[in-house]
Design a binder for this molecule. Sequence first.
Ligand code: ADP
Length: 201
Amino acid sequence: LRSPYHGGHLEVIVGPMFSGKSEELIRRVTRAVIARQRVVVFKPAIDDRYHATHVASHSGRIVEALAVRSTEDVRAYLRGERPLLSEAAASPDVVGFDEAQFFDADLVPLALELASSGARVVLAGLDLDFRGEPFGLMPDLLARAESVEKLTAVCVVCGAPATRTQRLIGGQPARYDDPVVLVGAHESYEARCRVHHEVRR
Ligand code: ADP
């Protein structure tokens, strides 16, 4: 599993929800572990605690990960200021990030620093938000990556390759201006193709 690149590099995995981004991240990380490389995976915390967690795909595969609230948290782990899951994760060969779109903008310089110091950095995230627009720092990462994989899901309406994430609120397509966090609303997400992706204006 020697890198084709001299030193470190960035690999980005994107696509809509259900396209298999987490599965692909888990696949790559698992192979690195089998090759006895030092691996650490980070994902955004949904609550205020730092803790060990896992990346799970919709099909149920999991790999260990650390939940973080910010890129600064990641830096603190990598500086050794917090216990990692395993000692092997100190000075890692491979650093994974799931749900990269939810990280703050400092993830871009951190990923570049890690790559420059020789690490293989694997980032999985949504390329587009529910409106079909570029998601946060993802365009920046996509432009800077050595390798980009765009995955598709299956459109739940027609079965074509799905490139968009449909947001539904109470069963209706979300509006362009609907807030990203809606307290008390029944929300769901579906994979859809360009034709069947709807955003109400
Ligand atoms: P992502 O991280 O991109 O959201 P996951 O890796 O978590 O994707 O899940 C991918 C899995 O989701 C597929 O292997 C499949 O089992 C399941 N799945 C559910 N709905 C769909 C869909 N509409 N299209 C493709 N896969 C789907």
